[in-house]
Design a binder for this molecule. Sequence first.
Ligand code: NAP
Length: 281
Amino acid sequence: MVGSVRILSGRAFAKGVRSDLKDMIASCSGRPPGLAVIQVGEDPASQLYVSMKEKACRKTGIVSTMVRLEREATEEELLAVIDSLNTDPCVDGILCQLPLPDHISPARIASAIVPEKDVDGFHPINVGKLWRGEEGLFPCTPVGIVALLKEHAIVMEGERSVIVGRSNIVGKPMAALLLREHATVTLAHSRTKDLPELCRTASILIAAVGRPRFLTREFISPGATVIDVGTSQTEDGLSGDVDFDDVCGICGAITPVPGGVGPLTIAFLLSNTVKAWKSRI
Ligand code: NAP
């Protein structure tokens, strides 16, 4: 708590999720889950994310396979790697770290990973299943956010939620998942008019914009739950999309940056990998 504001720690929750996954894997005999992570090029931020995923796999009992390709690798070369991982019986999950170099189409790559190993949830079949309300593998960040809201008993059913950002990775799947929880959902983006006023209608506000401290107190309705997905490197270090200090006196609950949404993404990547593994053993 900061004053009367509840701090929704993703770090603490993710730790519990990872520990449960570890126990479950340890209790199963036979082949452990396997995750293959492909990185194209040497983007330093991607390298950091990939090594964090590798470390998290190791600690949980998931066998991780790293495939590193030169930045100059062709789309065909990457597709050939995916093809061989698709048929590898020891690989349950495949992900290709984004961003990809400009000459490679992320949509084509997402469609090449077989849906049952698509632990990022980007394959069109999984996207369709998400919107149709069927079972499938869904994007880790929004899945983690819904789990965090449930963990803190934050009511979604019937509540007004506004998501700022309409990316395929966060905003759109977030909308589909909140709809599944019976929230009333509005997706906002860079062309949305009167954004602060719209955001003030939300009892659950999700910020996935990628602009440091973009959402200030004028966007927040008193008592709202604020989920800050943003992670931008600034001169002062890592910054979220929400001006934490400015909104703290108004909102009812908020995720910090760092330590909020970030740890959830990795925990639910592991969870998706275990889900894919269980469906294949
Ligand atoms: P993205 O693909 O760049 O999408 C940004 C969205 O914000 C777009 O829909 C864009 O609208 C909207 N936007 C930009 N400027 C706006 C403005 N002035 N007013 C309203 N909307 C605006 O980003 P993303 O991949 O969704 O990621 C968003 C942020 O979350 C980034 O900081 C990213 O690093 C972070 N992230 C964190 C995690 C985590 O695990 N913590 C995971 C994923 C992403 P248009 O569509 O109209 O352009």
